[in-house]
Design a protein around this ligand. Structure first.
Ligand code: PMP
Length: 356
């Protein structure tokens, strides 16, 4: 066989569907419904083509300085990736030995399990409490292998809820491995964990962000992380030479400097989120209080899988994750107010008591 055994057995990550139909209501991949900062238009229009002829800055110095200034830290503690997914891939390469394991909460971002499989190390799931609140992480696999890297989504996905910050801090303090706090959705939350990453006595916590959600730049592919210098250096050691292209570096710089625009969009999404939550709850749905740009909602009457299919037929795309912990819910990205009105109107027709 030409394909490695671990790859033959690999179950790949399945991204959300990208429908061709432009008029579809797309609430399935946690994208931002609003456009990115308008200042990007000028950056693109005036972009010097000579920068494309040459290789990009391999260590994205300007971008690191901007990110460091934004978070009150030094560039040596900052790393940038081709989307935060790349940062996760590099972390699995840099922080896990062949005889160790990778862990995360369950349910959480399903890519984590795939990363362990690609790396050919065991994945150790830590079951969350029934209401998706914090439960003490499992730090050793059934085979005795220690979890060397714990990927902790904050707020969590697909559950949408955050944990008390102190829980994260206490866990990190006793955990002997590396903790990556994946803050993909943190701009939509009331509180974040990023102070952990910049704390001078922190030796094992990396906090990761993405421009895909709050900055409306999922198509750009730009993620970054902040952590102790030695861990950040390890990520540089294992990355491709030019992992962030010149255009992405230039656009990200402008987007990050336009904090007011990002904050305005986040405020709009949060407002729509609260309104949608109230309507669904008033119709008997179980909707945990979301700290992200999506809801993880359990229908009142019909099975989530059926509603998912019926919505899809009507060109309304939400996300459905089969499985014992997730299969009775839908993950619904917060869209514009018009998107949500269309969704809520359709759900009124679909989520009805089955005829007896
Ligand atoms: N972390 C979490 C929890 C996510 O949901 C996503 C988006 N699917 C990512 C990371 C990756 O984001 P990106 O690669 O677009 O930065």
């Amino acid at each position: 066989m030409r394909i490695a055994r671990s790859v033959q057995a690999l179950i790949p990550y399945t991204p959300g569907e990208q429908p061709k139909n432009k008029s579809a209501v797309k609430l399935n991949t946690n994208e931002n419904p609003y456009p990115p900062s308008p200042s990007i238009v000028r950056t693109l229009a005036t972009f010097d083509l000579d920068r494309l002829r040459r290789y990009p800055d391999p260590v994205f110095a300007e971008l690191r300085e901007t990110i460091a200034a934004l978070y009150g830290t030094v560039p040596e503690r900052v790393f940038v990736g081709n989307g935060s997914d790349e940062v996760l891939t590099l972390a699995a390469r840099a922080f896990v030995d062949d005889d160790e394991a990778l862990g995360s909460f369950d349910p959480s971002y399903s890519l984590y399990q795939t990363l362990a499989a690609i790396r050919n190390v065991p994945f150790v799931p830590s079951p969350l409490a029934d209401d998706f609140s914090w439960a003490e992480p499992v730090v050793r696999g059934a085979d005795g292998k220690p979890v060397a890297l714990f990927l902790l989504t904050y707020p969590n996905a697909p559950t949408s809820v955050a944990y008390p910050q102190q829980k994260v801090a206490d866990f990190a303090q006793t955990f002997p491995g590396v903790v990556i706090v994946d803050e993909a959705y943190a701009d939509f939350a009331d509180a974040t964990c990023d102070a952990l990453a910049t704390a001078p006595d922190n030796t094992n916590v990396i906090v990761m962000r993405t421009l895909s959600k709050s900055y409306s730049l999922a198509g750009l592919r730009l993620g970054f992380c902040i952590g102790p210098e030695d861990l950040i250096e390890a990520l540089y050691k294992v990355k491709d030479s030019y992992n962030v292209d010149a255009l992405a570096q230039a656009v990200a710089l402008v987007a990050l400097k336009d904090q007011d625009y990002m904050r305005d969009n986040v405020a709009k999404v949060r407002k729509t989120r609260e309104g949608t939550t109230l309507v669904l709850r008033s119709r008997g749905w179980d909707v945990p209080a979301s700290q992200s740009n999506f809801l993880f909602a359990k229908p009142a009457h019909r099975a989530a899988a059926e509603i998912f299919e019926e919505l899809r037929k009507r060109s309304i795309f939400v996300r459905y994750f089969p499985g014992p912990r997730t299969g009775d819910r839908l993950r619904i990205t917060i869209g514009t107010d018009a998107d949500m009105q269309q969704l809520l109107k359709t759900l009124l027709e679909l989520d009805v008591e089955p005829a007896t």
